[in-house]
Design a protein. Sequence first.
Length: 276
Amino acid sequence: MLVTQDNLEQVLQSSMQKPLFCFFYDETDACTAAKNAVTTAISDNNEYVTLGLFPLTDRACLMVASQIGLQQVPTLVVVDQGQPVGMLEGDEVISGLQELLNKFMPSQADLMMREALQAEAAGDVSAACAKAGQAYAMDESNLKFKFIYARLLIAQKNLKKAHELLDNAGREEKASAEYQQLISALTIAEQAQNSPELQELERKYQEDPSDANAVSYAVALAEAGRKDEALELLFAKLKQDLSKDEVKKTFLDILSTMNGDKLQGQYRRKLYTLMY
């Protein structure tokens, strides 16, 4: 955005919404090269930062440069919430641009976690959990990411992995209210995994391991988050006879809910091996 007397106040006020990168320049070759680098790195439709071009041929821009004590051109000043928070001068504008920009742009992990939360809001918990896992893998020191991933694992009833994530918590982490809430949710989910109804279906299957009882028990296991056990049970049936249509359908239905889980690929390969 080219800054002039007419829009100067509006541009400066925009730093209250997102960081404003103020580029001060003249018509020298050094400034032209730096301007090309800055305008290439920060497009007009960047949703995280705004670029303001301050030509020193404009009286209003010259006044701003004087107020901030500009020493040389090109100079790039970052203003956030009305306050200068970063500066590059001379050759540093090009060499240090990306590093400075990264401080105010979301990381790949941030973007991935944002996608995870959007998927959750859309009701796709499986995709949300997979994306949250990828985001956490990119930044395992991020406690917020860890808690979001754990919450989604519990929602997806992947309690074994949730345990792995939460069991190695440090003292400060364990003292947080969010950690305590996750542990409570995990405890409740584990109790549901061994409900009387599930135990009854297990008893029936053990007494009569028919296909119908196997399917009923496997569905209940999957709904309780014990999908690995459900797949193992159904695959054992398919190894005996691949023509068991209801068993195969249930097996594939469970697999379709496991996007991002390595077991999905493992059991698909096992099935293809049986088929071909």
